[in-house]
Design a protein around this ligand. Structure first.
Ligand code: ADP
Ligand code: GN1
Ligand code: MG
Length: 374
């Protein structure tokens, strides 16, 4: 997508119902998909008000109006439940702000869609686990999120990205991408390509289980990395799940797995020194415990048993997606340096290998929790 220009951003800002005068606007966060800005407003004597403004990625989300319908539906549902439970709906769920015409988005003169959220104050979204307690609390919060949406009418949700976690279909796309090799990079990453091709069984695993009805389809988040949760600065609790673009029917084990992929790694997603990358069994266990607790005992025995597989499949899928994007010439994920997507793919494959090595340790950990359920 073309870079956001100052004029484009100013146009968007002028079409939302903000109070006060904007005093600063700056790029914000480290998401790979949308363009996020932090706006600060001066409102007389009061403390400066902060607002999040995002340009939605049009190349990734082809139907932004439907996407916003999902988000307003899900956040209204969460708000009701939070109020019922005596929580604070201003901080515990995203609050979508209206544009001047009352819509939850603004379409600019270039055809791009913008949305705005109240800023969640006194909370942090972490790019890596700094305190293991935060990771545990993020697990409880993602589990709670799953539980609070258990009675959401799934059939009303739009599929914002078709086949988002259809790993089998993504494997097919990967093979086609290798064959086409439009960026002329396939020759230079033969080992990485082979790594993927050797694991077709991993790619097909969940599609087989789903077709046999062995795992339930639930309303899931589908992008449960640690920086998609706000941790309260004072209490250290996972206060709010954010980045709701991919809330769709899916598998709870994939939500579990994606969190492990990102948060249980001992290094950053784009670390270039692969000797630093491994999957921490301590963090794996902590997250499993928190997630099972947060789901409130609702996960089936089978889902709990499949948690190591969720971790492996999501890590494999993400690595394959990074490599696909590298082979396609870096058009999907934002990159900040040359070969960034390749570096990311390599960390994911290193993690997959490490999980394969630690497979029985992971199974053993999960067995302990499995016995406590049901
Ligand atoms: P992306 O899809 O690009 O990852 P996100 O919706 O996750 O976009 O937003 C990017 C970052 O902006 C988040 O990781 C978080 O740091 C910050 N952010 C998003 N929404 C809020 C909010 N309501 N309050 C505070 N910070 C937010
Ligand atoms: C993207 O939007 P963000 O940065 O939270 C991606 C996820 C990947 C993740 C890898 C809509 O998440 O699927 O797992 O990058 N989101 C989308 O870091 O594709
Ligand atoms: Mg995000």
């Amino acid at each position: 997508m073309a870079k956001v220009t100052e004029e484009q951003r100013a146009e968007a800002i002028s079409h939302f119902r903000y109070e006060g005068e904007p005093v600063s606007v700056s790029p914000y966060g480290s998401g790979h998909i949308n363009d996020t800005f932090l706006l600060e407003f001066e409102c007389g004597e009061r403390e400066r008000a902060k607002i999040i403004l995002q340009r939605m990625n049009r190349a990734v989300f082809e139907k932004p109006v439907e996407l916003m319908e999902n988000i307003t539906g899900v956040t209204s549902h969460l708000r009701r439940k939070i109020v019922e439970n005596g929580g604070d709906p201003e901080r515990e769920t995203l609050n979508v702000m209206q544009a001047e015409d009352g819509k939850p988005y603004y379409k600019d003169s270039l055809g791009d869609y913008w949305r705005s959220y109240k800023f969640i104050t006194d909370a942090t979204s972490y790019d890596k686990v700094e305190k293991s307690e935060h990771f545990y609390q993020s697990a409880v919060a993602f589990g709670n999120f799953q539980r609070l949406l258990a009675d959401y009418p799934a059939e009303t949700l739009h599929e914002t990205i078709k086949g988002f976690h259809d790993t089998k279909a993504r494997f097919r796309v990967f093979k086609e991408t290798v064959e086409k090799d439009i960026a002329g990079r396939a020759d230079s990453v033969k080992d990485e390509i082979q790594f993927v091709l050797d694991r077709e069984d991993t790619a097909n695993y969940f599609s087989g289980l789903l077709s046999r009805g062995e795992v339930p389809v639930r309303v899931t988040h589908n992008d449960t990395k640690l920086n998609n949760i706000m941790i309260d600065n004072r209490t250290g609790k996972g206060i709010c799940v954010i980045d709701l673009d991919t809330v769709m029917p899916g598998l709870a084990v994939n939500d579990f797995g994606d969190s492990i992929r990102f948060g249980a790694s001992t290094a950053a997603e784009d670390e270039t020194d692969l000797s630093k990358v491994s999957c921490s069994m301590e963090l794996f266990e902590l997250y499993a415990k928190g997630y099972i607790e947060g789901c409130g005992g609702k996960l089936t025995e089978k889902e709990i048993e499949l948690m190591p597989m969720g971790a492996k499949v999501m890590t494999f899928e993400c690595g394959m997606r990074f490599l696909t994007d590298y082979l396609q010439g870096d058009t999907y994920f934002k990159i900040h340096r040359e070969h960034h997507n390749l570096d990311r793919a390599r960390t994911q494959f290193k993690l997959v290998e490490d999980m394969e090595r630690k497979w029985y340790t992971m199974k053993g950990i999960i067995e302990k929790y499995s016995n406590q359920e049901g």
